[in-house]
Structure formats: C-alpha cells, structure tokens
Design a protein around this ligand. Structure first.
Ligand code: 5GP
Length: 176
C-alpha cells in the first residue's frame, strides 16, 4: 500500500512510552509473582519497545527473538504465518510473553501464538506497544497493551514504512 511521506504529529513521546513500559513491568512482576519469564520479541518492529519492557521487569528474564510474516495478511483472513527466524531457546514449561509492536488485524499474532503454544510453554501472554482494535479480524487479544490507537498508519519507535522511520524516538503517523 502506497503511503505519503508526510509525517504527522507526535502521538506518543519517548517519555510517555517509557512511563507506560514501567507500569506494565510492575503489572507483569505482580502477575508472575517472582517466576521467571521468557520474552520473545518479534523482529524487527518490537525491538525498541522490547528494550524498554525488559528493563522494567524485575523477574529473572530470558530474551529471544522470532521473525514471522503472514502470507496474504490484509487481504485474507486465512493467512498462514511463515517463520523467517525461529527461537534460539527452548520454551517448554516456561512463562512466555510475546512482545509485539502493534496488533492490527491480528492475523500474524494469532498464528504465531499457536505456533509457540505447540512447544508446550507453561503459559503464553502477549504484550504489545500499540493496539488497533478497529482493524481486528483474527480472534486475538493482547494481555498487556501500551496504547490503543485509531486506524492510523503509525511509524517510529521501531515501526517502519518501507524500512524507514524505525529510529524515530517517538510514535507518529503518515498522513493520508
Ligand atoms: P497483523 O497481522 O496484525 O495485521 O499485522 C501486524 C503487523 O503489521 C505488525 O507487526 C506490523 O509489522 C504491521 N503493521 C500493522 N499496522 C501497522 C502500522 O500502523 N504501522 C506500521 N509501521 N506497521 C504496521
């Protein structure tokens, strides 16, 4: 989909995002009551948010990454997830938290969650920086949500358009 290269206003500053990460980190600490957690960041968009979240979690933490892409997402609800880069570690019996940049239609995440569940972790939850509930097609919900947004094409803080803008230290959107 073609987008303009006109960057809109700032939606969330670095300060706001860090504050939210700290709140979520406290919530995770409470929910897992001192148990270790296994964080799985989705490449490449979630890396900046992942860095904030992992620093905010006091529990013993392992960190891993996965790269998934879903065929036909946006045009079909039956998109199948392709794993382009798999986990390095074993998640059997562990408390997995998937760290996502944004949940849009939910197609990718739904398949990724099922793919990881097959490896029998103790639990799986999802922590996303942004949620666009109005776009949801797949039946999936994040457990920890940084911010809910309307239907805008957001960029920055890890999120790209054509591989650009990931380095912006705030979240903005592309006009039109
Ligand atoms: P879904 O399978 O939920 O439709 O797609 C999720 C993926 O689409 C996200 O991980 C992200 O890579 C991309 N995506 C969805 N909405 C946006 C957006 O507003 N901005 C950017 N940069 N990527 C998006």
């Amino acid at each position: 989909m073609e987008k303009s290269n006109i960057v809109g206003n700032i939606l969330f500053t670095e300060e706001q995002i860090r504050q939210r990460a700290a709140e979520i980190g406290r919530q995770i600490a409470e929910d897992y009551a001192g148990e270790p957690v296994y964080l799985i960041g989705t490449l490449r968009g979630a890396v900046v948010w992942m860095a904030d979240i992992m620093k905010a979690i006091p529990n013993e933490t392992e960190v891993d990454f996965v790269m998934a892409s879903s065929y036909g997402s946006g045009t079909t609800t039956t998109g199948v997830v392709k794993i382009k880069k798999d986990l390095e570690g074993d998640i059997y019996g562990k408390n997995v938290i998937i760290i996502e940049d944004i949940v849009d239609t939910g197609t990718t995440l739904k398949h990724l969650k099922a793919y990881l569940a097959d490896r029998n972790p103790k639990s799986i939850r999802i922590c996303t920086l942004l949620d666009k509930p109005s776009r949801r097609i797949a039946d999936i919900q994040a457990d920890y949500i940084g911010f809910e947004i309307e239907n805008l094409f957001v960029i920055g803080y890890g999120l790209d358009y054509d591989q650009k803008y990931r380095n912006l230290p705030y979240i903005s959107y592309l006009e039109g």
